[in-house]
Design a protein around this ligand. Structure first.
Ligand code: HEM
Length: 486
């Protein structure tokens, strides 16, 4: 079973190329995650400089590959309504590959390891060779350029067909007659790509300043300003990745429920609110920066609370309306969509907990932080993405698909539970080796939970391999179908 919603041969081939490449990179990054957990458990000794290089590659790689795959998915779905530029998609593929190769060299060879958001002025410490700093910055710039071009291109074609206010669904807010339905997938793509483009430009300016300091080390920039910029960019990128996943669900679930999922006034209002709130919620990353104006801190908390509501509530009600008494057959794709949305909601709630100032005082920089974002990514976005790829390429064995989903679910939540419990027990994040922690109860819990987590990751990887077997075995048939269609 696979989708053919009218997209042409090239669109299907490129969506496939991005998806399969993402799957290959993803499993390698999961193995890096496993190595980190084994190091933290004390079972495997990873030198600290390698640990931080691996951590940086894993974090940047995961955030980058999942956004790119999410973009490819919405690009494919958008192609049903508009025609984005195919040559740009090919060009971006090369830019992104170059960026990835550069990052691999900077981290694994140069041992560049300031963490995935390269917080200023950490990258400029004399801990790693100067070339690795420049290479890492240029590589992230290449990725940023590809993402920005992609975002602008999709916006260009959507504005061309639906108009500036039309793509945001403003026609649903007035009393006038509707001339054309706005598919919700287009609305969510528009919101995500506007937020993405604005904040990627901020990220680009920040990276240019990094580049300037690399070329002229005597330069100094305001660390607080840089931190605001990096989180505006990074936080938004992560959020719009999730929204790309949600857009996929809005488009694909109706093909299984048999019910249309339409934009209405509430859907339009909610996603417009998301556009405003997602741009300011990042302030919750700066609660510990006492030089940040207090008003921003209060604003950050309020925006974090409110940004969680509209998209989530409107999507959950939408899903209920789709599924309730629809007689839906629970095959791999709808199952992965529902499980993915569940992971998104659970991770989102854990994020709201952490973005509450009174709680953040305790959870800041503990394992609670990776716990929440791993939840909405690993058992949230990744499940939705896997559903999309399964639908795109098809699978020879539905049974193997479902088995893979169950195994990834068990391994994934077991792995996440250890992060959450670590957070509750005050285990710090970003420690290569817990034996240096002075409080023995925290050290012991950290090591024990890391070991259990590593075992769960092994289970997750088994599920992953089952999924890959199901999908990769049908690649030949998928290519043959595309050839026959033309
Ligand atoms: C089974 C899969 C995965 C495993 C085993 C894993 C493991 C880990 C570990 C052990 C850390 C370091 C935690 C710490 O001590 O601070 C980490 C950090 C991180 N992971 Fe994962 N992870 C997985 C999946 C993902 C996914 C799907 C994403 C998607 C975005 C992701 C993104 C990150 C990021 C951004 C960091 C933070 C890096 C930093 O602090 O600079 N990981 N991961």
């Amino acid at each position: 079973m696979s989708s053919d919603t009218g997209q042409g041969r090239g669109v299907r081939l490129w969506a496939g190329a991005y998806s399969i490449t993402a799957l290959i990179v993803f499993v390698v990054l999961v193995v890096l995650g496993l190595i980190m957990r084994l190091s933290q458990s004390g079972v495997v000794a990873v030198p600290a400089d390698y640990f931080y290089a691996i951590m940086t590659l894993h974090g940047l790689g995961m955030a980058g590959v999942l956004y790119t795959a999410g973009y490819a998915a919405i690009w494919f779905l958008a192609s049903k309504y508009v025609q984005p530029n195919m040559a740009l998609m090919r060009f971006n593929f090369v830019l992104i590959l170059l960026g990835v190769v550069g990052l691999i060299a900077a981290t694994l060879i140069g041992r560049f390891g300031p963490g995935w958001y390269m917080l200023y002025p950490l990258p400029f410490l004399p801990t790693w060779p100067t070339w690795s700093i420049g290479l890492a910055v240029i590589s992230v710039m290449l990725l940023g350029v590809a993402w920005l071009l992609g975002q602008l291109d999709v916006l260009r074609v959507i504005v061309g067909r639906y108009g500036l206010t039309g793509m945001l669904g403003w026609q649903y807010l007035g009393k006038g007659e509707l001339r054309e339905d706005l598919p919700p997938v287009v609305l969510i793509i528009a919101v995500s790509m506007i937020a993405g483009a604005v904040t990627t430009i901020v990220g680009a300016v920040m990276l240019m300043l990094y580049l300037a300091q690399w070329l002229a080390p005597e330069l100094q920039f305001d660390a607080l300003l840089m931190k605001n910029a990096v989180f505006l960019f990074g936080h938004t990128l992560v959020n719009i990745t999730m929204y790309c996943g949600v857009a996929v669900v809005y488009e694909l679930l109706p093909t299984f429920s048999g019910r249309p999922w339409k934009t209405n006034r509430i859907v339009a209002l909610s996603w417009n609110a998301v556009l405003l709130l997602v741009l300011v919620a990042f302030f919750h990353h700066l609660y510990m920066d006492f030089a940040q104006p207090v008003a921003f801190q209060v604003f950050g908390q309020l925006a974090s609370f409110f940004s969680a509501v509209p998209a989530t509530v409107v999507t959950i009600f939408g899903v209920m309306a789709q599924v309730y008494r629809s007689g839906i057959r629970w095959s791999f794709v709808p199952l992965s969509m529902i499980l993915g949305l569940t992971g998104w909601v659970i991770g989102g709630l854990a994020a709201v907990v952490d973005s509450t100032i009174a709680v953040n005082i305790f959870f800041h920089n503990t394992m609670w932080v990776p716990a929440h974002f791993h939840t909405y990514f690993l058992v949230g976005f990744v499940f939705i993405l896997f559903g999309f790829i399964y639908q795109l390429v098809g699978s020879k064995s539905e049974l193997m698909g479902k088995l893979s989903l169950g195994t990834m679910l068990a391994g994934g939540y077991g792995f996440l539970l250890m992060f959450y419990l670590g957070g509750l027990e005050s285990v710090p994040r970003r420690f290569a080796d817990y034996s240096s922690i002075g409080i023995s109860s925290v050290m012991e819990f950290g090591q024990m939970s890391a070991l259990v987590a590593a075992l769960c990751v092994a289970v997750f990887i088994i599920g992953l391999l089952l999924y890959y077997t199901a999908v990769f075995r049908s690649l030949g048939a998928w290519l043959a179908r595309i050839r026959m269609d033309n």
